[in-house]
Design a protein around this ligand. Structure first.
Ligand code: SF4
Length: 244
């Protein structure tokens, strides 16, 4: 289960988060491993910054488990990348899957939900599988960066959330890439020869499910996602509400 506050009564999250500002990835990941071990896990959608975290962790010998949400509607290039990354890092990436297949969902909702109600589609195919998984860990390590979008610009390096009000369970979110720029991420990936999604070379900026990811002339880092809808987040980084 996620944890109760008394299990970490000595931990002042705000103080630690402030202390992490300006520190290198090695120091932040080292602290997390020492304190939480494999109860801290890296979540990735194979975008650049998550790969930088995995690479640092592997080089430091920190065996954080790695997981991803497989909606079943990803690009073939993304599935191919997953295989290449498992080979490159020598790891197995745990796949979290929705309860329904795409075909079952289509029957229940009478069509393609991403065309009529993408919020519900994201909840069923992304948020719920993630929520089930997070209930079993203490720290969710993400590749969120502040300059990805307006909604992410206040991201802290370490954040505490109430996960389950009824059971008073909490979870920490570690965002060690918060201060990194897109340029720094890509410079690192190229320097280290880390495999990346072939779609980036075809002009895609942020890559999610194929029905909701378009080539876009837009400026933002997440341009091309859910075009035609007032939607900028799938919900996995907002369902926890505000941090404490
Ligand atoms: S990104 Fe699109 S296809 Fe994927 S879960 Fe969300 S609405 Fe459904």
């Amino acid at each position: 289960m996620a944890f109760q506050l008394q299990d970490h009564a000595d931990l002042d999250v705000r103080e630690v988060a402030e202390g992490f500002e300006g520190k290198g990835l090695e120091e932040v990941l080292g602290w997390t491993w020492e304190r939480f071990g494999r109860r801290a896990q890296i979540g990735t959608s194979y975008q650049g910054s998550g790969l930088v975290i995995i690479d640092h962790a592997r080089r430091m010998g920190l065996n954080f488990p790695v997981f991803t949400v497989d909606t079943g509607i990803l690009f073939p290039e993304t599935y191919e990348l997953r295989d290449r990354l498992e080979d490159f890092f020598g790891i197995e990436i745990q796949q979290l899957r929705p309860e329904q297949t795409v075909a079952e969902q289509r029957v229940e909702y009478g069509g393609d939900l991403w065309e009529t109600n993408p919020d519900t589609c994201c909840t069923l195919r992304k948020v719920l599988p993630l929520q089930r998984h997070l209930a079993g860990i203490d720290v969710w390590i993400t590749g969120l960066r502040r300059n990805q979008s307006e909604t992410r610009e206040r991201t802290g390096i370490l954040e505490l959330y109430l996960f389950d009000k009824l059971r008073e369970q909490h979870i920490l979110k570690l965002n060690p890439m918060a201060a990194w720029s897109r340029e720094a991420v890509w410079e690192y990936i190229r320097e280290r020869g880390i495999p990346y999604n072939a779609l980036h070379d075809r002009g895609y900026r942020s890559i999610g499910c194929w029905p909701c990811t378009k080539l876009s002339g837009g400026e933002g880092e997440r341009a091309g996602r859910w075009e035609g809808f007032e939607k900028t987040e799938c919900g996995i980084h907002t369902f926890l509400g505000s941090n404490i």
